[in-house]
Design a protein around this ligand. Structure first.
Ligand SMILES: *Cc1c(COP(=O)(O)O)cnc(C)c1O
Length: 373
């Protein structure tokens, strides 16, 4: 087919500055690429819940399917009420949206970021904050975490300029697994004029609990949450924020009118109601996480870091993360190389905590990999 004219000059200048997001691959992609049986692949590369959604959630989604022709309730009030019970925050302070928490990262950037505005991102961390800001013409200022991956509050404060609008924090941090101290967040909230976002995608797995109470004290702190991890609903693409009134109502103005699908809302409510399922899954992850860390630390020369998330990282130096990912994959185990994150180098892999059976295979695989030349 002959093409008509080239219209690419119409694109916003910001588009060419948007970095690529590198997602974990799906089982079917990997099966096709490596000629593997998809059912035999152990998928531990995207921090999904290895147990899947609860039976009650599956039944709810099936039942709700007959309403798929209808628009959902625009204000998502049933879900927000359920989240009020789950978080302890009033409905006015909760905004739910899809696709995923990513949609709320976009919406928050949309509220504050115009061409030339800056966001600060302590790296290594989740990469979408900066990608989303860049798509709006924002400038992402990376500030390194300390060598032990703790937050370098002074370096962040030094990086703040008149143009800094949002500081993106993640606790527990993806991929490093550590948490941020409330005192560090207070220091940033009090000593800058910026919005402080705390991404709590993994908070359910943390022994330290949530930093959400800070929202009651500070008008510039926002907490992000998701149904993708502990709730086992990554495919439903639903997230929410806990935000001060003024930010919550501003977010509702910029979000699309029906930002939560009817299936996602029903599934999320059922998931919150099946709290026993959530708690038993979280208990499994916490127990298995420590077993993985102990076994890999003891049985291999690799450095494994403590984690408060449903994943761990291991430094496989002198081997590269790419070598590890390839070798694990040849054995049917899908893990994540961290080389697409800033400031973590080429030797670190991230592994989602799986079921006990999966983790046993991961430990054996680590031992085998460590013994290979
Ligand atoms: C998985 C993840 C998210 C994205 O969650 P979705 O709700 O699936 O968009 C956000 N932040 C971090 C740190 C994550 O790991």
């Amino acid at each position: 087919m002959t093409k008509s004219k080239d219209y690419t000059s119409l694109l916003n200048d910001s588009v060419s500055n948007v970095p690529e997001y590198v997602p974990g691959k799906t089982t079917s992609q990997i099966a096709a690429e490596y000629g593997l049986n998809p059912d035999s692949i152990i998928k531990l590369n995207a921090n999904e819940n290895p147990l899947g959604p609860s039976e009650k959630v599956i039944a709810t989604i099936q039942k709700e399917a007959e309403n798929a022709s209808l628009y959902p309730t625009a204000d998502v009030s049933n879900l927000r009420r359920a989240l009020t019970a789950y978080t302890g925050f009033p409905i006015e302070n909760i905004v739910a949206s899809g696709p995923g928490m990513d949609s709320l990262i976009d919406a928050l950037n949309k509220l504050f970021i115009g061409a030339g505005d800056e966001v600060i991102v302590p790296v290594p961390t989740f990469t979408y904050y900066g990608i989303s800001a860049a798509s709006l013409g924002g400038v992402c200022v990376d500030v390194n975490l300390k060598p032990d991956y703790s937050l370098d509050v002074d370096s962040i404060l030094n990086a703040v300029t008149e143009k800094t609008k949002i500081i993106w924090l993640c606790s527990p941090n993806n991929p490093t697994g550590n948490i941020i101290a409330a005192g560090d967040v207070r220091k940033l909230a009090e000593n800058t004029k910026s919005i402080i976002f705390i991404d709590e995608a993994y908070v359910e797995f943390s022994n330290a609990g949530s930093l959400s109470n800070l929202v009651k004290e500070y008008e510039n702190i926002v907490i992000g949450r998701t149904f993708s991890k502990a709730f086992g609903l990554a495919g439903m693409r639903l997230g929410y924020v806990i935000a001060p009134d003024w930010i919550a109502s501003a977010l509702l103005r910029v979000l699309p009118p029906f930002a939560v699908s009817i299936l996602a809302e029903a599934a999320a409510i059922a998931a919150i109601e099946d709290i026993e399922y959530l708690e038993s899954g979280v208990a499994m992850v916490k127990e298995e996480r420590e077993k993985l860390i102990d076994a890999i630390s003891k049985n291999t020369p690799y450095k494994v870091y403590p984690s408060e998330g449903n994943f761990i990282i291991a430094d496989v130096s002198p081997k590269t993360s790419k070598e590890a990912v390839d070798e694990f994959l040849r054995n049917g185990i899908l893990i994540r190389s961290c080389d697409s994150f800033q400031n973590i180098g080429k030797n670190t892999v991230r592994i989602t905590v799986g079921t006990p059976e999966m983790n046993q295979k991961v430990i054996q695989m680590f031992e085998k990999f460590a013994n290979q030349k």
